[in-house]
Design a protein around this ligand. Structure first.
Ligand SMILES: C[S@@+](CC[C@H](N)C(=O)[O-])C[C@H]1O[C@@H](n2cnc3c(N)ncnc32)[C@H](O)[C@@H]1O
Length: 284
């Protein structure tokens, strides 16, 4: 790929989704775009970039989609989900007892497994949340990923990745070779296409935001900006989850570490951070 074309694609990704593409990733661009070239009948990346330069917006969306990792799994990394169900949901249940409203955002939800995992945890506490208005929103910049999430149909490989058999049997029905999410679970979750760089604030405030394995591809400045946006969308006593391998060192600004080794952060308010630390210690 010639350097000018590489620079053009890199700028497209940075501007549209915040993804940082360094020159050593040239092979990756080549590999990930190979299928797209075939699908669009283009001979090489030079032809592709020429079409992009003419302003083909649909093609630009496809390029961004092809370049991003959508890797995900039900209950990915497990420990953050354990923390959510053992500590955060009980705390929020007590704190919101009067309002009876719970809002959770899965930012960069990919094909939906993360949002549905949270919904399974809420449904398993159905009695405690009886009469509550629970809303779980999944947002992703990839319309293709959102379409899969909305369908709620997963193959055997996908359900085998992280989903306990008990949860599979309780929350899915068999459909041929695949497994479909049951309606009671689906009703708790809504999905929409959206960009963390732009679209989260109008969604209102959330009690929990999961933004896991998304920031990893961003430069420090973009991470900082996104974290500021997320902090404005999180209630003061809410909780942020980032990926277990993502460090917020130097960019956490608006957030205080709660259990950073599993990616858990709270709002940067000393008293709240202290209260959370006590809650975490009590949970053992
Ligand atoms: C590696 S997946 C992680 C999925 C899930 N959060 C998890 O941890 O399993 C990253 C997702 O972030 C999405 N993404 C990347 N940049 C984004 C942006 N600027 N706005 C919204 N979603 C974005 C990608 O489309 C992809 O589906």
């Amino acid at each position: 790929m010639n350097p000018d074309d590489f620079t053009f694609v890199a700028r497209l990704l940075k501007d549209r989704v915040g993804l940082l593409l360094t020159r050593d990733k040239s092979y990756l661009v080549q590999n990930r775009l190979a299928g797209l070239l075939r699908a669009h009948g283009l001979a090489n990346t030079g032809e592709l970039v020429a079409a992009l330069r003419k302003g083909d917006d649909g093609l630009a969306t496809d390029v961004v989609d092809a370049m991003m990792s959508r890797d995900t799994a039900f209950f990915r990394d497990w420990k953050p989900f354990k923390h959510l169900s053992n500590v955060v949901l009980p705390n929020l249940r007590a704190a919101r007892a009067a309002k009876r409203q719970l809002r959770i955002l899965s930012m960069g939800c990919s094909t939906g497994q993360e949002a549905y995992s949270v919904a399974m945890q809420v449904i398993e506490e159905a009695e405690s949340f009886a009469g509550w208005q629970v809303e779980i929103v999944g947002l992703d910049v990839s319309p293709a990923a959102i379409a899969i999430a909305e369908r709620g149909l997963y193959n055997q490989f996908e359900v085998q990745r992280g989903l306990p058999i008990r949860s599979l049997l309780r929350h899915f029905t068999r459909e041929g070779e695949n497994w479909r999410i049951k309606d009671d679970l689906k009703r708790l979750v809504s999905f929409r296409a959206g960009n963390v760089l732009a679209d989260i604030y109008p969604l209102g405030r959330f009690d929990v935001i999961l933004c896991r394995n998304l920031l990893i591809g961003f430069d420090q400045q973009t991470k900082l900006e996104v974290l500021q946006k997320l902090s404005r969308s999180l209630n003061d006593d809410g909780m942020l989850y980032v990926g277990v391998d993502e460090s917020l060192t130097g960019v956490s600004g608006s957030f205080a570490p709660v259990l950073p080794n599993i990616g858990v952060y709270g709002a940067q308010t000393t008293s709240l951070a202290a209260a959370r630390a006590i809650a975490v210690a009590r949970s053992g």
